[in-house]
Design a protein around this ligand. Structure first.
Ligand code: BEZ
Ligand code: FE
Length: 291
C-alpha cells in the first residue's frame, strides 16, 4: 500500500500516526486528542500566516512574563476557564457536599493556628465581619477537629503578600479547628473585589476581548479532615458588582453567602467589636467521605 502523505484532509491522522511508538500510553492519548482538536480548530479558523505568527508571539510573550513569582500560563488557563474545568473534573462529589473552586496563587504555608473567634485582621482596616458556621458530614452529623485554613484580600482588594511592608505578614489569614459540635467562627473584615494581574499578555488579551480582569469579593477556604475529601473553595459576596462575571469563572451558586449587616449594639459588644456595625456571614460546609 502506498504511504499516505500529509494533506489538508488527513493532517491529524498523519501526525498522530507517528506517535504509535510513544513510551508512555497516556502521553500518546493526550497528544492524539490535542492534535486532533488543534487541527480541527486550525481548519475552522483558517488563519493567515500573519495571524498564526501573532498566536506564536502571544505564547512567547506569555512565557517571557513568567518568573519565580508570576505564572502567566496559569493565568491564561484561569481566564480561559480551563483551571475551573480541571478542578470540576477532579472534585466531583455526591449531592449535598460542598463544592470546590480554584485555589488561586495567594495561599501560603505557615499560617498561624488561632483560638476560635480570633480577629485575623491584624491592622484594624476595613469593615468588621464575623464568619461562622458548622462543618458536617453528608448525613448531617457535626465533624470535630476539622482544619479550616482561611485567607482573603483586604478592604482594598489586596492580599498581605502583595503588600509586603504595608500589611502585616499573615494579615487576614488563619487556621482554625472545629469544636465538638462542628462549629467554627472567626472575625475578619469584609473583603473587596480585585483584579487578576492585567499588565501582561493575558491582560492585553482580556482587554482586546472587551473583558475585565476582576474577581468578585471572596474568602478562600481549605477545609480538611482525615478520611474526607478536602474542600478548596471560596465564599462569595452576593452584592459584589462582579458576582456574575468573575474573570476566572470561580463562582458557584452554592458558594454565595449572605452578608447580613448587624447594627444592634448588644450583638456588636457580644462579638467584641467596637464600631457601629459589623457584617455577619453564616456558612456551613459539608464534607464527603474520601473517594
Ligand atoms: C484568587 O482568588 O486568589 C485568584 C484565583 C485565580 C487567579 C488569580 C487569583
Ligand atoms: Fe482570591
Amino acid at each position: 500500500m502506498a504511504t499516505a502523505h500529509f494533506n489538508e484532509e488527513n493532517s491529524a491522522d498523519i501526525v498522530t500516526g507517528q506517535n504509535a511508538n510513544a513510551k508512555d500510553e497516556r502521553l500518546r492519548q493526550v497528544m492524539d486528542v490535542i492534535t486532533r482538536h488543534l487541527h480541527a480548530a486550525v481548519k475552522e479558523i483558517e488563519p493567515t500566516q500573519e495571524e498564526w505568527m501573532q498566536a506564536i508571539q502571544f505564547l512567547t510573550a506569555t512565557g517571557h512574563k513568567c518568573d519565580d513569582w508570576r505564572q502567566e500560563y496559569i493565568l491564561l488557563s484561569d481566564v480561559l476557564g480551563v483551571s475551573m474545568l480541571v478542578d470540576a473534573i477532579n472534585s466531583r462529589r455526591p449531592a449535598g457536599a460542598s463544592e470546590n473552586t480554584v485555589l488561586g496563587p495567594f495561599h501560603i504555608g505557615g499560617t498561624p493556628e488561632y483560638e476560635m473567634g480570633t480577629n485575623i485582621c491584624l491592622d484594624g482596616k476595613g469593615e468588621d465581619m464575623v464568619v461562622r458556621g458548622r462543618v458536617l458530614d453528608i448525613e448531617g452529623n457535626p465533624l470535630e477537629g476539622v482544619k479550616i485554613d482561611v485567607w482573603q484580600a483586604n478592604d482594598e482588594g489586596f492580599y498581605d503578600v502583595q503588600q509586603k511592608g504595608i500589611q502585616p505578614d499573615f494579615n487576614l489569614r488563619g487556621v482554625f479547628r472545629t469544636g465538638t459540635d462542628g462549629s467554627y467562627w472567626f472575625r475578619a473584615v469584609r473583603p473587596k473585589f480585585y483584579s487578576v494581574p492585567t499588565d501582561g499578555p493575558v491582560g492585553k488579551l482580556l482587554d482586546d476581548l472587551g473583558r475585565h480582569g476582576n474577581r468578585p469579593a471572596h474568602l478562600h477556604y481549605i477545609v480538611s479532615k482525615d478520611g474526607f475529601d478536602e474542600v478548596t473553595t471560596h465564599l462569595f459576596d452576593p452584592e459584589d458588582p462582579y458576582i456574575d462575571s468573575d474573570a476566572v469563572f470561580g463562582v458557584k451558586k452554592s458558594l454565595i453567602a449572605d452578608f447580613n449587616r448587624v447594627d444592634d449594639p448588644a450583638r456588636i459588644a457580644e462579638v467584641g467589636f467596637e464600631g457601629d456595625h459589623y457584617w455577619d456571614v453564616e456558612f456551613d460546609f459539608v464534607l464527603a467521605p474520601k473517594g
